[in-house]
Design a protein around this ligand. Structure first.
Ligand SMILES: Cc1cc2nc3c(=O)[nH]c(=O)nc-3n(C[C@H](O)[C@H](O)[C@H](O)COP(=O)(O)OP(=O)(O)OC[C@H]3O[C@@H](n4cnc5c(N)ncnc54)[C@H](O)[C@@H]3O)c2cc1C
Length: 434
């Protein structure tokens, strides 16, 4: 017997299931894995990071630093596992994705309150349910979600990964931008003006994979393919993913004209991700064009970049500020499907949906989330009327301003941070089973 079903054991569903189980709720956790997977999922384990291995900054004055700190206050299980599987990445929380997925899966499977079921859910389950099937929800469930919630979609892109040994180290150097963090975390690939010009010219005219579907969709700004960004102007990449500032070559002390950063993809350090180089170029074109960057001239691709569909529900017209359905009070929608964007945001909504579900099962009213917290601000964003709704990343702009206004940016963020942490601590004290 179970009290609640969680559909989808990704970032949101794993956090939700572990939180519910911690409160003594008997959970049935359904996931298509290992038998049914989306084109972007390849691991048989749950909680798979499908693209970057980074859960973004830990710096408390960044939006993701604050969001993670709030999750720590709320006792996030998934963030705790991520910390155990961290790989060096300067001030970011990056993980060994294989270890991370394995350790969360073990936690879920060994929990006596969680029963895991391998099934591709085709219809929304009846009874208390947390729906967390993510941006690549398997059919035909996506059709039913569309009917109930009016789902929307856009397209997203992944960066390629190359093997460490194939990178030409004569043309690369280790350094952290402005010396922040461990220098060994990032391998930098410098280009002279001539090299950049040649690379740029080929990039903007390279062949893209079939764009028939994508042309109709909108490309999300936060995950824009590098070739699309390049078309915005010759220097767009030099102010974006190829910016050379703060990355002087330690061997010469000089700054390059442009720099591509590579970030360690796993703890062993034998794979590197091309930071910010999400792409929809044909695979042969990725090898040819990225090979014009001197350090990558013989690069071996462990994974080519790709673009995918990315679905989410029309949250402002279908969910409340607890990620709960407006038409079914025992149904919560967590993760990317619920209208947030990003790994940490998905974990956060899994936590909030589970906390809401626990109170629902206890027959209690839900406790409003403080909007001065990053989690509360995201919840407010998704549930506020919006004719042009798009999923949202955590960002300081979502937080209500401090009054009176603090002019100094750093001091202002300090004040916003302190206010948010104080509010989430108060909220956490009301979590009833603790
Ligand atoms: C291609 C791509 C790349 C991304 N890259 C990044 C990135 O680099 N950084 C970042 O912060 N965010 C990224 N995102 C956005 C988002 O943060 C991730 O998709 C994140 O994994 C979402 O978490 P989730 O729990 O909502 O869904 P997921 O982690 O995708 O989990 C959903 C789970 O549901 C299961 N499932 C799906 N349908 C069914 C069904 N019908 N029945 C049973 N089980 C089902 C799946 O097997 C999966 O385990 C990316 C998204 C996509 C699509």
């Amino acid at each position: 017997m179970f009290d609640c079903t969680v559909v989808g054991a990704g970032l949101a569903g794993s956090e939700a299931a572990l939180t519910l189980a911690e409160a003594g709720v008997k959970v049935r956790l359904i996931d298509g894995k290992p038998r049914f997977k989306s084109p972007a999922h390849s691991s048989d384990n749950f909680c798979e990071l499908v693209c970057s291995n980074s859960q973004k900054s830990n710096d408390r004055l960044t939006a993701h630093g604050l969001l993670k700190e709030e999750l720590r206050v709320l006792g996030s299980h998934v963030i705790a596992e991520a910390e155990k599987c961290a790989v060096p990445a300067g001030s970011a929380l990056a993980v060994d994705r294989v270890l991370f997925a394995k350790s969360v899966t073990e936690k879920l499977r060994s929990n006596k309150n969680i029963e895991t079921v391998c099934e591709r859910t085709e219809k929304l389950p009846e009874g208390p349910t947390v729906l967390a099937t993510g941006p690549l929800t398997l059919s035909p469930l996506d059709g039913e979600i569309k009917q109930l919630f009016g789902s929307l979609h856009f397209y997203d892109a992944e960066a390629p990964i190359v093997s460490a040994e194939s990178i030409d180290k004569e043309n690369a150097y280790f350094a952290a931008r402005y010396g922040k963090g461990e220098e060994s975390d990032y391998l930098n690939c410098p280009l002279t003006k001539e090299e950049y010009d040649a690379f740029y010219d080929e990039l903007v005219r390279a062949d893209r994979a079939d764009l028939h579907e994508f042309e109709k969709g909108e490309i999300f700004e936060g995950c824009m393919p590098v070739e699309v960004m390049a078309k915005r102007g010759k220097d767009a990449l030099r102010f974006g993913p190829m910016k050379p500032v703060g990355l002087a070559d330690p061997r010469t002390g000089k700054r390059a004209y442009a720099v591509l950063q590579l970030r360690k993809e796993n703890a062993a350090g034998d794979m590197y991700n091309l930071v910010g180089f999400q792409t929809n170029l044909k695979m042969s074109e990725q090898k040819r064009v990225f090979g014009l960057i001197p350090a990558l001239k013989n690069a071996e691709y462990m994974r080519y970049g790709v673009m995918h569909r990315n679905s989410f529900v029309n949250a402002p017209s279908s969910l409340d500020g607890h990620f709960r359905s407006l038409v079914r009070s025992d149904l919560f929608v967590a993760g990317q499907l619920g209208g947030v964007e990003g790994y940490v945001e998905s974990i956060a909504t899994g936590k909030i949906a589970a906390l809401g579900m626990i109170r629902t099962l206890q027959g209690k009213t839900l406790i409003p989330l403080p909007e001065t917290t990053m989690i509360g601000a995201l919840a407010a964003y998704i549930s506020t009327p919006n004719d042009d709704f798009q999923p949202m990343n955590a960002n300081y702009g979502l937080l209500p301003p401090i009054t009176p206004h603090i002019k100094d940016k750093r001091q202002r963020k300090e004040a916003l941070y302190e206010r948010a942490i104080e509010a989430i601590k108060k909220y956490s004290e009301n979590i009833s089973w603790k």
